[in-house]
Design a protein around this ligand. Sequence first.
Ligand code: HEM
Length: 356
Amino acid sequence: MPETYYGDYLKLPKLLDSQTPLSFGSSSPQHDEMLFLVIHQSYELWFKQILFELSSVIGLFNTDNVTEKNLYTCTRRLGRMLTITELFKDHIKVLNTLEPSEFLEFRDHLVPASGFQSLQFRMIEHGLGLKHDARYHEAFVGRLNQEDQKKLANFEAQPNLFQVLDAWLARMPFAETQNYNFWDEYIKSVLTQTEKDQRTLNQNKDKFSKELFKKEQANISQLQKSFTQLLDKKSHDSLVESGQRQFGHKAFINALFIFLYKTEPHMNLPYEVLKTLVHIDENLFLWRQNHRVMAQRMLGSRMGTGGSSGVDYLKKSTYENRLFQDLYQLSGYLVPDKSKPKLPDEILKQLNFQKL
Ligand code: HEM
């Protein structure tokens, strides 16, 4: 077998022959177009790696029994995806060495192409779980060519991370046993705590202004209401229907259990998964923000080359195309350690590696 040669292994002749700035073939070649092209290609390579990790994570979760070993692998791969998304903001920094006037010199060559048409970006959005009809879009699908539309439709017919995670969370066994329902105990202890808060508030009524007293009282009632509703599947389902919640009821409360008992050994990896997803969403949000501000600097109020309303579109897609919003909501249901119910031994044993 011939020995491996660096350039052959990396297919460098092909890779490095793939930068063809359009203006270079015109009467006015633009030096700065090379950077624009290389940055886009770098992103697409990273998108490829993210999709590679993401597909494997979906595959590992998409079974009836996610083993501890597979869970560990998922946390490593999600962690890698997170670290890649960290790089995105630095790519924007490099792009910011391009002046709007320099961009203007080759912009017309690009029309109607745009990152709008990045198939891999759409696959990442869907693969993570952004629902097609819940996302903000200005008919981007129509901007994809027939082949990419087909590829996207096929991809969207496959399970995404949100769906497999929802099923995995829903069947988590720890919160209920034959003799014990954690949630009844949890609500009881939270309500006891809020009643205490109410008593303290009443005892100190004269120390508050009328408005502040009313506000504090309303806060306590709101807290009581939302905790009581937490266990009500019907209320939860109507929140899902109106788009205010994404996970099913079981999955949502089990994710809360993971947040509450993340320090118990068997909850460490599940927590790592959920926490990493929150940070991936955060990084994608920040990338969208940075990209929007960069586009605003480049374009002012011009339309995008892809034909959207430009910066206005990017603002809406930044704020509306968020992922795993339920995981952010969970913080509102956390309580300090002292208010958490003590778990019975039969559950603690399951959550620990050692005998208790
Ligand atoms: C001079 C640099 C850039 C400008 C002025 C710019 C501008 C825009 C604009 C205006 C849009 C909205 C669609 C349209 O009408 O075209 C857009 C979308 C998009 N761009 Fe850029 N962009 C730039 C660089 C990049 C780079 C380097 C990437 C990396 C892949 C990128 C990825 C995207 C993606 C993924 C979208 C779709 C976003 C969504 O639908 O939420 N853009 N861009």
